[in-house]
Design a protein around this ligand. Structure first.
Ligand SMILES: [Mn+2]
Length: 274
């Protein structure tokens, strides 16, 4: 194996730092951008729970071509407005090389989804991200070695990488995917890159998300990416797994307590009681 080992273990996003030497970072927001009202409510809920980064997909890779495909470029502006009005950073997915420049002009972190982890044309096209950090989700059937080689394409293209474990495909059908908790300490042995965990897409159902998030923090994740929605029943995408604002608040308190137990910090607003 020949991996670049960035000496700097910290990924900087403006004034925010992500990595093992920094406080845990919480990224939260809806699966998909639907409109300004939904995004503002999500951004306020994220902020109130101690999140510093707002998520939301504008271009959605969907299993079925008949499912909602996202609002497209218009969503980027909505995302930016909601984030700016609450003082949050933005992470959003880019699906195609032709979108890299426009997404990079709006987002603070570009996301490459699990389905695109080995889309080498897209990975190489991160050269157009102008050095902005890229959040690279692990493919649903990718080994750690394949994941790190995919990261390498992005590093070579000039962007720092944040790895994101989001569950892999196994025989188990009680969750949407199986969260590979062991991947977090395992990948950290081989790489200095920050690792965050997405418990939402692994679980696929709301009631399992907090437990998986707590486990991720306990094994050393550097942050979490959590789907929330002000009205999950009306969500156009992934409604089963979106946490309510008050559920994210409760999870934040748990995370602060677990972080402290494993020697990490997670800065929460005073309204969140650990
Ligand atoms: Mn989703």
């Amino acid at each position: 194996m020949l991996f670049q080992n960035p000496r700097n273990r910290t990924v900087r996003v403006g004034d925010l730092e992500i990595g093992p030497d920094s406080p845990l970072v919480l990224m939260a927001g809806p699966c998909a951008v639907e409109g300004i009202g939904q995004l503002m409510a999500s951004a306020e809920a994220a902020k109130a729970a101690g999140a510093t980064i707002l998520r939301g997909g504008c271009f959605k890779p969907r299993t079925s071509p008949y499912s909602f495909q996202g609002v497209g470029e218009d969503g980027l502006e909505i995302l930016r407005r909601a984030a700016d009005s609450t003082g949050l950073k933005v992470v959003t997915e880019v699906m195609d090389p032709s979108q890299v420049e426009i997404v990079a002009s709006c987002a603070d972190i570009l996301q490459i989804g699990a389905r695109n982890m080995q889309n080498y044309t897209l990975l190489r096209s991160m050269v157009a991200a102008d050095g902005k950090p890229v959040l690279l989700k692990r493919g649903i059937a990718a080994t750690i070695e394949e994941w790190l080689y995919a990261a390498e394409y992005i590093l070579v293209a000039g962007s720092p990488v944040i790895l994101c474990e989001r569950g892999i495909r196994t025989f188990a059908d009680h969750t949407r995917f199986t969260l590979d908790v062991s991947a977090i300490p395992a990948v950290k042995r081989q790489s200095a890159l920050p690792v965050i965990v997405d418990p939402s897409h692994a679980a696929g159902c709301r009631h399992l998300v907090p437990a998986l998030a707590r486990a991720a923090v306990a094994v050393g994740a550097d942050g979490l990416l959590v789907e929330i929605h002000p009205d999950p029943r009306g969500a156009r995408c992934d409604k089963e797994q979106a946490l309510l604002p008050e559920e994210l608040q409760a999870l934040s308190g748990d995370i602060a307590a677990i972080a402290a137990a494993v020697g990490r910090r997670f800065e929460v607003p005073v309204s969140v009681v650990p």
